[in-house]
Design a binder for this molecule. Structure first.
Ligand code: AVJ
Ligand code: FE
Length: 456
């Protein structure tokens, strides 16, 4: 947790209002992502790991209610006892949950009812921020920041889930609130540079023991009046990290290089056309089983019509652009492609080292194309989550967060791989160089892509 002294400084001046604004801006961002949809769009569940959009809108509210209002707001009673069951995702320490695969069976609560629930939680969270006392402000503040970061993760899930839902419909609808297409032409040819890693001992992971970084807090209270909501939120988030990013620790790296850009559709198409999906020599054993079980032969959302390749995007159906980064490949496909091309995937430590001192720039959710950009493929951040060859495992000395929030990340440290860098569906201020995303190896509906690495 935070030091009480720091928390007091934090609340100097009109910082209360600014915290409220930081909270409101993340909630508005979510509202914008789902209120542009029709109610019918918000109830469909197309596979177990896709949730109905209204479920995300409700679950993110449940998170604030469960972890902040119920324990910290005096005399607060649950908005609806049954919501505590319906919208608990996976926290066994809190209680039983509605079956994940059956979330799409629920026509109630309606989208309007969920929106009312969101409004209720918003009112009481604002009340909680305004009436927080010296004794509990430190905890409230750090939980609030967890809640804000949690909500941002679900903003990305709203986009990946609606993409899967729309793609399952022959009408192939476009996402309504989109900022138009990326430029059609490639602004400059993307030559691959190789970024060198020299062998040696390096440190990776988040260095700060508390949930919030001391310097971020001090800076915030000093500059209170000059800051807008966005930058306050950015500072809150940049100082924050999840428990799985800690502790900072030493690793040994060998001589290697990492590519400066993502693998393109054109490069991946060459693998497809070279019968990459028919040749077991490129595939891990589990990957080959995966390919054979469903006769997979191309990335998710690719399709061929009259000998031309298309892909479903959140802008609707588009001709496959060979210069764009290839997306919606799973770990098996990323690994097989790398082997076929004569390279390998980067380790997460290598990825993080290369990002040292790199500005966090790239194609993020705020660009509102919700599609990887060929003109911003030269960044480590944004565009697509990059599969690493690192299993999602605890760092040496890992301590899960206290209480039920210990279930947030720790219990998933088995049979998943680490992904780095954020995507075109990730809010810009959500990502950092130490951020560890994780998904099971067969996952394809997230915005995932490939960066190559090589040994020396
Ligand atoms: C880190 C993206 C795998 O979606 O299960 C959302 C994020 N954790 N609510 C997930 C998350 C709790 C998590 N991933
Ligand atoms: Fe969640």
């Amino acid at each position: 947790g935070l030091h009480t002294q720091t928390a007091k400084n934090y609340l100097a001046g009109n910082i209360h209002d600014q915290l409220v604004q930081a909270y409101e801006s993340v909630r508005e961002q979510t509202n914008r992502l789902y209120l542009c949809l029709e109610p019918e769009d918000c109830v469909v569940q197309t596979m177990q790991c896709v949730s109905p959009i209204k479920w995300h809108a409700a679950h993110t509210s449940w998170f604030f209610e469960q972890f902040l209002l119920l324990p910290y707001l005096k005399n607060y009673i649950a908005y609806n006892e049954q919501y505590l069951f319906l919208f608990n995702s996976y926290y066994n320490a809190i209680g039983p949950q509605h079956c994940q695969a059956s979330r799409g069976y629920l026509s109630r609560p309606t989208v309007n009812e969920v929106t009312a629930y969101r409004g209720h939680v918003d009112n009481y969270i604002k009340k909680l921020i305004k009436t927080a006392s010296k004794n509990n402000i430190a905890e409230i503040l750090s939980l609030l920041i967890v809640g804000i970061n949690h909500e941002q993760q679900h903003q990305e899930l709203i986009l990946t889930d609606i993409k899967h839902i729309f793609s399952s419909n022959p009408l192939l609808p476009a996402f309504p609130d989109i900022k138009g297409t990326d430029t059609k032409t490639l602004e400059s040819q993307q030559d691959t540079q190789w970024i060198r890693i020299t062998d040696g001992v390096y440190k990776i992971g988040h260095s700060h023991p508390s949930a919030l970084r001391q310097d971020a807090i001090t800076k915030t209270s000093d500059q209170t009046n000059k800051l807008n909501n966005q930058s306050i939120r950015a500072m809150l988030n940049r100082g924050f990290c999840f428990d799985n990013e800690k502790p900072r620790h030493k690793v040994y790296l060998h001589d290697a290089s990492i590519a400066s850009r993502l693998v393109t559709n054109g490069e991946y198409l060459a693998f497809v056309e070279a019968d990459g999906y028919e040749n077991p020599e490129y595939w891990l054993s589990l990957g080959w089983q995966w390919v054979q079980a469903e006769k997979y032969e191309k990335p998710l959302y690719w399709f061929k019509e009259n000998d031309r390749w298309y892909q479903y995007t959140l802008m609707g159906k588009r001709e496959l652009d060979i210069n764009e980064p290839v997306c919606h490949v799973n770990y098996f496909e990323a690994d097989a492609f790398a082997r076929w091309a004569g390279y390998r995937l980067p380790r997460e430590e290598e990825w993080e080292l290369v990002c040292d001192n790199m500005p966090i720039e790239g194609n993020f959710l705020e660009n509102r194309t919700y599609h990887p950009s060929k003109n911003m493929a030269n960044h480590m951040y944004g565009n697509l989550w990059e599969w690493t060859s690192s299993p999602y495992a605890p760092y040496p000395g890992y301590q899960p967060a206290d209480g039920a929030l210990g279930e947030y990340n720790g219990k998933f440290m088995c049979n998943q791989m680490v992904l780095r860098g954020g995507s075109c569906a990730t809010p810009r201020d959500h990502i950092r160089k130490t951020y560890r995303n994780f998904w099971a190896l067969e996952t394809r509906w997230q915005f995932t892509g490939i960066r190559l690495a090589k040994d020396h």
